[in-house]
Design a protein around this ligand. Sequence first.
Ligand code: PLP
Length: 319
Amino acid sequence: MEPLDRSTIWPYDEQGEAREFHYQRFGNPTVAAAEAALGELDGGTALLFPSGAGATTALVLSLLEPGDAIALAAGGYYGTGVTFAALEPWGIRVVEFDQTGPPPNGVQLVWLEAPSNPYLTMPDLEAAAAHSAPVLVDATVATPVHLRPLEHDADFVLHSATKYLAGHDDALLGVVVCREAAAAEELRSFRGRTGIVASPDAAWLLLRSLKTLDARVRRQTETAAFLAERLRTHPAVGIVRYPGLGGLLSFDVADAEAARKVETSTRVIVNATSLGGVTSLIESRRRWEGDRVPPGLLRLSVGLEDPETLWDDLEQALA
Ligand code: PLP
């Protein structure tokens, strides 16, 4: 197991020259080990950030200039739009589009989500790759177990590593994986200068979690597919959104009141936000996203509990 190194400083060498690690803001061995593992998973050069939103901010500010526009997948993680809105005073503009088709012209960055949270659509990666702007795929929900976007000509992959990669609801982290080494070096330099850096403690937890990533995600996918099928036959459930991969799904009940009743009636599944951990979580997304989602939309992140136990819990909550 990789040792946890909390040092913020490392001595210069005998000639008085800085070694690879000299001051934690510019790099540390534990974060570097996690980045090496993440780079291998996605087939590129990985850089760790203190959160998914921090990774988003760092990438946008280092890549774009005032006046530039981002084509953002509609129906994706609402917080990404919130982050972009916070960057508006710096001249960053956003155009939403349907990611199942080609991105609009006149943008300097294409931002996709695979699959989108909570609408669970998959992007048209081929159409995006044909666009002249760099393409980023937020593959938080798919994870590298199901999708390696760099192999589909994406330029960047982003993960909220808080979710499946760390997987235990105990570490906040983000990662950007770059296809081009030169792009990674530019982002690394920007990160060091702006100080948007991950802590070694969180990186150590991530390293621990990556050992079980494949086993966790495969089991979560199997259980999610099973629950999606059962939910589709339940009379109180309307549309069920599940793209056939990953551990996240969403479904609609009659209205906001029904959704509130279901989310507060589960006994095994915890009523909390976030996704990708070993514990199943359910929540009405209306409370955060307002009119962007149907009033009865429930998002379910499937954990590692026994599938029949989860179904029994959903059934009694829907009753
Ligand atoms: N991307 C997706 C798809 C997410 O679901 C989230 C968080 O929910 C983020 C990015 C942001 O990540 P973080 O919460 O680690 O900042």
